[in-house]
Design a protein around this ligand. Structure first.
Ligand code: NAD
Length: 357
């Protein structure tokens, strides 16, 4: 393959646009085809790709059969991921794929896909770009570098705005998203595994839908999506993880506040303030640092410059033949943790990860 990687975008709604904008910033990346059944989504994508010759499809299977692509980005709704991935795996040419999170909406689907991905000739990468948010990447460096000693507690707070409207309102129902802890919080469960370098043992959650979307109706049905909750995760290493999610908290200074505390210190990061705070116990010191983010990548999406880094890394894996940094198994694990949290909240009990087998 030449150094230019040719991409097809499957699903050109909000996240598909973010991928297009970021690929436009990446040397050696060319979007050559798009597919979306919705004409308005294709229209918006065409505006972003003005001046670029692209093939346009309404059905992703036609794109997979006809378009000259090396790689595809799947940014269609969560409940379509399994079928779209199976079509990609069955198509010719071992196409590389970056599939948006969550890998799938159920553990069963995610397991089936992860098993099949093992045999796929191309790179299969799951879109957990939070890993690459610059302040978070710095926090990870500090933890791995030993600044805080042995990690004991990891707390992730996301306090943000409610779910945005989506094409066809697919995100209003858990049957399409997998539920909030799968749909949204798979990012945070992935971060917990990454930062703790350990696997979860059990999950306890308390959560509810108390404020958002209660006055909305779709074909007479009220949305059923959790809008706040706490999730505690016990890890094999003894690390305790906490997720504090609130989706009616846009009146906050930051959207994500993450702290990792060990026996020797504590490191925290704040997004979008883009701040890192490094604390040491002995002798006591607390140092605040600004974390720079390239203004162009910041403007190219809603994820603090991380989607650009994700594409840089995905492209490197494609060209070097190295394994994905975020594999389908990573995607599966995050879905499992989300499903365990959803189940724990409903049943009011701790869910052992072995319960999911
Ligand atoms: N990584 C992140 O931080 C992040 C952020 C937002 C969304 N997402 C994920 O991206 C995906 C898309 O979400 P969105 O916010 O862009 O939703 P959206 O509703 O804005 O866009 C989805 C698009 O997919 C199209 N579509 C439906 N079925 C399709 C198919 N079979 N083939 C091609 N296109 C199809 C729809 O017509 C729509 O245009 C979801 O999986 C979502 O969870 C990830």
């Amino acid at each position: 393959m030449e150094d230019t990687v040719r991409y097809g975008i499957i699903g050109t709604g909000m996240m598909g646009h973010e991928h297009i904008r970021n690929l436009a910033l990446l040397p050696g990346a060319e979007v050559v085809a798009i597919s979306d059944p919705e004409s308005s989504s294709r229209w918006w994508a065409r505006q972003l790709l003005e001046g670029v010759e692209i093939e346009e499809y309404t059905d992703h299977r036609d794109l997979l059969r006809k378009a000259p692509v090396d790689a595809v980005v799947v940014a269609s709704p969560n409940h379509t991921h399994r079928a779209v991935l199976e079509d990609i795996f069955a198509s010719a040419g071992g196409k590389h794929v970056l599939v948006e999170k969550p890998l799938c909406t159920t553990v069963e689907d995610a397991r089936t896909v992860a098993e099949r991905a093992e045999r796929h000739a191309g790179v299969v990468w799951v879109g957990m770009e939070y890993r690459y948010m610059p302040p978070l990447a710095r926090l990870l460096d500090e933890v791995r570098g030993g600044t805080i000693g042995k990690l004991r507690m990891l707390a992730i707070r996301e306090h943000r705005y409610p779910f945005l409207p989506k094409v066809g309102d697919w995100n209003r129902f858990s049957r399409n998203t997998g539920g909030t802890f799968v749909e949204k919080c798979c990012h945070f469960f992935d971060l917990m595994r990454l930062i703790s370098d350990s696997e979860p043992v059990r999950v306890y959650a308390s959560a509810g839908q108390d404020v958002n979307h209660l006055d909305e109706k779709y074909d007479g049905e009220t949305p059923d999506i959790l809008d706040n909750g706490f999730v505690v995760v016990d890890f094999e290493s003894g690390v305790r993880g906490l997720l504090d999610l609130c989706m009616f908290a846009e009146a906050s200074r930051n959207e994500q506040e993450i702290s990792a505390t060990g026996d020797a210190g504590k490191v925290e990061c704040f997004i979008p303030e883009s701040k890192l705070v490094v604390g040491r116990r002995n002798p006591r010191s607390v140092e605040e640092q600004e974390v720079d983010v390239d203004a162009r990548t910041l403007a190219a999406g809603a994820h603090h410059g991380s989607t650009f880094v994700e594409h840089q890394e995905f492209r490197k894996a494609i060209l070097s033949g190295s394994p994905p940094a975020v594999s389908a198994v990573d995607g599966l694990r995050a879905v499992e943790m989300g499903v365990a949290a959803e189940r724990s909240a409903v049943e009011g009990r701790a869910v052992e990860m072995t319960d999911l087998i």
